[in-house]
Design a protein around this ligand. Structure first.
Ligand SMILES: [Zn+2]
Length: 452
């Protein structure tokens, strides 16, 4: 792209993102409608007609479409408008100030994922402005509620307005972040994500006076055993194809990691030992790989007791359990119950809060190949690898109805991969203006060539 166009992109995408961050869409309550209207207004400047949808008052999503001739499959550029909470006291800038300084845009959502909304909106505007002749429809949807599961956003739209939003291909969050390895970048493309089981366990007991511990049956002590058992459990290692390919790519790039990763690929049963060694160098990377090798169970909430001197008869804990492609939430529940057998299932109650299956898209598609080619053009010595996301995204709603979905928000490695990952849902989240321009340029090239 020429210098003038790059400058134009830079101003547009930065200003749009800064304004979007200033609209506080912390979910709950979300109140995404304000952000949906703001997005629509920006698109309308280039003549787009946008539709606003509300699953309930305030829970707004925006959808618009560029029509193609229908000779090629359709493509949806997806993002979510809501963000998780941010505590201003912990941040060095106002998380909802949309601050632009030191070449970065700062604020909650900069990476997850208002930054990609900005990149996608700018891409749409450029496609229209440049009068690109599209052979398939390009749809943009910026939706509510992803951070609470998406049922009031993308999930609701797929269920109630499928014609407006469902496309053959979907580009969404979950990948695209560069991992700098051995001086070169490995860009990730999310092709799969784990399934979710959010589970509440209630331990039962018999109440009594706190001064005579032996006479009662303390539910907190029972829960203590449950947490101890589940929190430390390492489930069986399973190497799914996406993860093997990812590890293969990383092993090729890094001489230091090569030996460890090659061993891991050959002897997955020794993965934990090898990852313990790797964690001494890069803890985040090692732990992320570990979580991609197995079902995980994480205690996330606990609550029990009513008064200082009463031995409680009930204690509740919530577990965030994630299953691999090929596994099901039901399987996870069975495994959990088996583990707790010797603690006594008769004194434990299980309640499923939310469950969703893992989802996966094939890497053998023209869009995946094109993403790789375009990245190479922008950065000849980079490589790309598919990843299995340990978390979940709205992509699953679309994979469930047959769309091919990739997580691909191209972001350069301005800081280390771990540092960047830790600001997501963390403190001082930011994205560089360079990354916004790079992201827009790459995405625009991909969409233009895929659809024209
Ligand atoms: Zn997100």
């Amino acid at each position: 792209m020429c210098a003038k166009l790059l400058k134009e992109i830079e101003e547009e995408v930065t200003e749009f993102l800064s304004g979007l961050i200033r609209i506080n869409t912390t979910n709950p309550p979300g109140n995404e409608i304000a952000a949906a209207k703001y997005t629509a207004k920006a698109l309308e400047k280039d003549g787009f007609k946008c539709e606003l949808f509300e699953s309930s008052p305030g829970r707004g999503s925006v959808v618009t479409r560029l029509r193609g001739t229908g000779e090629k499959p359709s493509l949806l550029l997806l993002s979510h408008l809501d963000v998780v909470a941010a505590n201003p006291k912990e941040w060095s800038v106002d998380p909802f100030g949309g601050v632009v300084k030191d070449g970065f845009v700062w604020g909650r959502g900069a990476l997850d994922m208002k930054g990609m909304t900005a990149v996608e909106v700018t891409t749409m505007r450029l496609l229209k402005r440049n009068n690109v002749k599209l052979k398939g429809d390009v749809i943009l949807a910026a939706t509510a509620d992803e951070e609470k599961g998406g049922e009031a956003g993308a999930g609701w739209l797929v269920k109630n307005h499928a014609k407006k939003i469902v496309a053959d291909y979907v580009l969404n969050e979950g990948g695209g972040l560069a991992i700098p390895i051995g001086g070169r970048n490995v860009y990730t493309v999310q092709t799969a994500e784990k399934g979710i089981l959010w589970l509440r366990i209630r331990a039962k007991g018999r109440p009594g006076h706190g001064s005579v511990p032996g006479a009662a049956d303390n539910a907190i002590m029972r829960m203590n055993k449950v947490i101890e058992k589940l929190g430390n459990h390492r489930s069986k290692i399973t190497l799914v194809p996406t993860v093997s390919q990812f590890l293969n790519t990383v092993a090729k790039e890094d001489k230091l990691l090569q030996q460890g990763l090659t061993l891991l690929l050959q002897h997955p049963e020794r993965a934990d030992q090898l990852l313990d060694v790797m964690a001494q160098q890069d803890k985040y990377m090692a732990e992320e790989i570990r979580a991609r090798l197995r079902m995980t169970i994480t205690p996330t909430m606990i609550c029990g007791g009513v008064k200082e001197n009463i031995i409680p008869s009930e204690c509740e804990a919530v577990l965030d359990c994630r299953v691999l492609p090929g596994q099901t939430p039901e399987q996870a529940l069975r495994e959990i119950k088996e583990l707790l057998m010797d603690i006594g299932l008769d004194k434990l109650e299980f309640e499923i809060i939310q469950a969703s299956e893992p989802s996966e898209s094939s890497m053998k598609t023209p869009l995946y190949d094109l993403i790789l080619r375009v990245l190479k053009e922008f950065e000849p010595d980079c490589s790309a690898a598919p990843i299995l996301l340990t978390g979940g995204t709205d992509s699953r709603f679309f994979r469930n109805v047959g769309s091919v979905c990739y997580g691909f928000h191209p972001v350069r490695s301005d800081t280390s991969y771990s540092e960047m990952q830790e600001t997501i849902h963390g403190i001082d989240e930011s994205i560089s203006i360079g990354s916004l321009v790079f992201g827009t340029s790459v995405l625009y090239s991909v969409v233009e060539r895929f659809m024209a």
